[in-house]
Write a protein that binds this ligand. Structure first.
Ligand code: CP
Ligand code: NVA
Length: 303
């Protein structure tokens, strides 16, 4: 059987994703009830981080411990990856010693090349192009608060970045309509848009994109690796803030999300970030539960 990877949401079928989210909520309930979830003693997760992280590292490391295994943090500064050892060689070696690998890096081709040379499952924990683990948490959060997202409308406001592109894949896999409002020049990949044109549309006016939406989502204006563009981006993105005015245009029971870390007063207003009924903190916590369900699927898939 071919090694199973999770590089984008398209690696799992819609039915598999639904089952995974059911299991994520079940694991969450069990964890809160004090259940012993140590089903994978002796299993090791290698976590390769070429970019910073709070949520991803804590959720994978805590999740693996709760499942009875061990997580190993690897950074380019202390491994030979940072000294130019080829990805392909690193993949062969690391995957010969661990049971599953998680990678956060820059180019999406890096996780693809690693996966192609790995004998164990590889998880994309964010590339410049996609952040599928965050979408598992976002989709879990929506269904826990509002039920199935199929047939609903979602508004993305802001950069056409890795999160936006993951929402495009989610629109296809979870069957919702996605309206994207981005400043000109910051749109998601044209090919990805074209291949999902049946359910994804670009709208220039954020208010039009938000009209009647069931879920509003945004993310930082400058992603990791784009720090030098921060000032220019702040000007281009100023009209694209997720705030109370935008939320007022959405459906009466609309939710809003942000993968975090957030910049209050930039891509999201302080009022929405700090609102007592915000689901953003549930969204962050669900990284833990959704990824435990993902680890279970991948560890169980091992030949
Ligand atoms: N949302 C997210 O991936 O957060 P971190 O960068 O802190 O991991
Ligand atoms: N788009 C952001 C997401 C961070 C979790 C980034 O890539 O930096």
């Amino acid at each position: 059987m071919a090694t199973r990877h999770f590089l984008t949401l398209l690696d799992f079928t819609p039915a598999e994703l639904d089952a995974l989210l059911d299991r994520a909520s079940e694991l969450k309930r069990g964890h809160r009830a004090g259940e012993d979830q140590r089903r994978f003693p002796g299993k090791v997760l290698a976590m390769v981080f070429a970019k910073s992280s709070t949520r991803t590292r804590v959720s994978f490391e805590a999740g693996m411990a709760q499942l009875g295994g061990h997580a190993m943090f690897l950074s380019p500064t202390d491994t030979q990856l940072g000294r130019g050892e080829p990805i392909e060689d690193s993949a062969r070696v690391i995957s010969s010693m661990v049971d599953v690998v998680m990678i956060r890096t820059f180019g999406h081709d890096i996780v693809e090349r690693f996966a192609a040379h790995s004998r164990v499952p590889v998880i994309n924990a964010l590339t410049d192009s996609y952040h599928p683990c965050q979408l598992l948490a976002d989709m879990q959060t929506y269904r826990e608060h509002r039920g199935p997202i199929a047939g609903r409308s979602v508004c993305w406001v802001g950069d056409g970045n890795n999160m936006c592109q993951s929402y495009i894949n989610a629109a296809r896999q979870f069957d919702f309509e996605l309206r994207i409002a981005c400043p000109p020049g910051f749109e998601p990949d044209a090919g990805l848009l074209a291949s999902n044109a049946d359910r994804v549309t670009l709208v220039s006016d954020p208010a039009a994109a938000a009209a009647g939406a069931d879920l509003l989502v945004t993310d930082v204006w400058a992603s990791m690796g784009q720090e030098s563009e921060q000032q220019a981006r702040a000007e281009a993105f100023a009209p694209y803030q997720l705030n109370e005015d935008l939320l007022a245009r959405a459906a009466a029971d609309a939710l809003y999300m942000h993968c975090l870390p957030a910049h209050r007063g930039e891509e999201i207003s302080a009022g929405l970030m700090d609102a007592p009924d915000s689901v953003i903190w549930d969204e962050a916590e669900n990284r833990l539960h959704a990824q435990k369900a993902l680890l279970e699927v991948l560890l169980e898939s091992a030949p």
